[in-house]
Write a protein that binds this ligand. Structure first.
Ligand SMILES: [Fe+2]
Length: 410
């Protein structure tokens, strides 16, 4: 059962406006929303998740555009940090575990991780991905919050590889858990990377080429939150057209263009296309107006910068598993949703984008395998009670979307 039912009454409210919106007043006697620092007597939310006032920015200095990729060549992190694979595994592939929306600390997260651990050992996995909403429900309270242990390190013990982490809306909660109203909260996840052997997030957005010297595949981790938050951003730095998002778009455009990797994979919490209940960029949760909430500017960015250049967009946010089909509309780019590693969906397809396979009911994860010859994605469902995984579907492609640049490895 998905409990992520955060639906604003109107697009583009600030959190304060949302919390005070008269039209959203529920019936007499409805429970109050708990936030840290104050109690709001009523709010239009279907689920009360408990929250916290987000803290101030931690002052993490942004890297220059060139540094974001250069940083990937050196692993960084805590002493003994698990290294990036320098060569393909014994099967001639880079094998990557893909998870999303995992950070509940609940039994389901442990079950999915246990099932994935067995698959990782069998398949020679040397890298993992966490597609956001890493720390439910409010994101970390500090850069050494015990939630990092309870909702990441302990469940994933034994999956001893570097994890490419991206920010989700819950990681950037403001007053309302999951609102995405305080992007600065994500800086705590960047800071945490310096003390973890697994967690890799050198910046809020970054790329990782593998191998670093002559990349076969390159991952581009992006921050989708200020383009798709449920509330309007207050801090001018994080406005949809502010310096941070303009800078990220410029960086991604340049990094995709400069990449010599045969396969290019964008990691972003919010999907471009989505058959689950949250819907697709530009119309998230039924909103088609405004600069926030609907994700209209994220849609535009995907269409102008990513489609036709990246082979995959790997996203979470919807707690479902979807291998959507690449189409002329997407320029051959395939949208994948992998957001059922901690929570599950409502069992229903809400939209009809062409899909090779999709599942709206089960927990799951995916396995990505790349070689010079092919890109393969295996979707697994997980039985939580027995902590076992079943491979449900496989897709395989042999032709890179963006073509192969001179000097790229075959
Ligand atoms: Fe999310």
């Amino acid at each position: 059962m998905c409990d992520d039912e955060l639906i604003p009454p109107r697009a583009d409210l600030t959190e304060d406006q949302w919390l005070r919106d008269e039209s959203a007043r529920p019936a007499e006697g409805a429970p109050a929303l708990r936030t840290t620092g104050r109690t709001v007597p009523w709010v239009n939310r279907r689920t009360l998740l408990g929250g916290a006032v987000a803290g101030a920015a931690l002052g993490v200095l942004p890297l220059g555009a060139g540094d974001r990729t250069a940083a990937a060549a050196t692993r960084g992190g805590a002493p003994g940090a698990f290294p990036f694979p320098e060569r393909p595994n014994r099967k001639g592939e880079f094998a990557v575990l893909v998870t999303g929306d995992a950070g509940t600390g609940d039994e389901a997260q442990y079950a999915v991780a246990a099932a994935a651990r067995d698959v990782c050992r069998a398949e020679g996995v040397e890298l993992a991905v966490g597609l956001g909403d890493n720390i439910y429900e409010n994101g970390p309270e500090s850069d050494h919050d015990t939630e990092f242990q309870d909702k990441f390190e302990k469940p994933n013990a034994g999956i001893d590889v570097p994890w490419l982490m991206v920010l989700g809306n819950h990681d950037c909660s403001g007053l309302i858990p999951g609102s995405g109203g305080d992007p600065s909260r994500g800086d705590r996840e960047v800071a945490y990377a310096a003390t973890s052997r697994r967690w890799y997030m050198p910046e809020r957005y970054y790329s990782v080429p593998l191998p670093a010297d002559r990349p076969l595949v390159e991952f581009f981790a992006i921050d989708t939150i200020p383009w798709s938050s449920y509330v309007a951003q207050i801090d001018p730095r994080y406005h949809w057209d502010g310096p941070y998002m303009r800078g990220q778009r410029e960086w991604l455009d340049g990094a995709l263009g400069a990449s010599r990797a045969r396969w290019k994979i964008v990691l972003g919490h919010h999907p471009y296309l989505n058959n689950g209940k949250h819907g697709s960029a530009g119309a998230y949760d039924g909103f088609t107006i405004g600069n926030y909430t609907s994700g209209v500017h994220l849609k535009k960015m995907y269409e102008e910068v990513v489609l036709g250049r990246a082979d995959l967009i790997l996203s979470g946010h919807d707690h479902t598993s979807q291998l959507l089909e690449p189409t002329a509309r997407t320029g051959g780019t395939r949208q994948v949703v992998c957001g059922a590693s901690g929570k599950t969906g409502d069992g229903t397809a809400h939209f009809g984008h062409p899909a090779a396979w999709q599942n709206f009911s089960d927990h799951g994860f995916m396995l990505l395998k790349v070689s010079g010859a092919a890109l393969t994605l295996d979707a697994y469902t997980v039985d939580v009670a027995t902590r076992t995984a079943t491979r449900a579907h496989r897709i395989r492609t042999t032709t890179p979307v963006g073509g192969v640049r001179a000097g790229a490895p075959a």
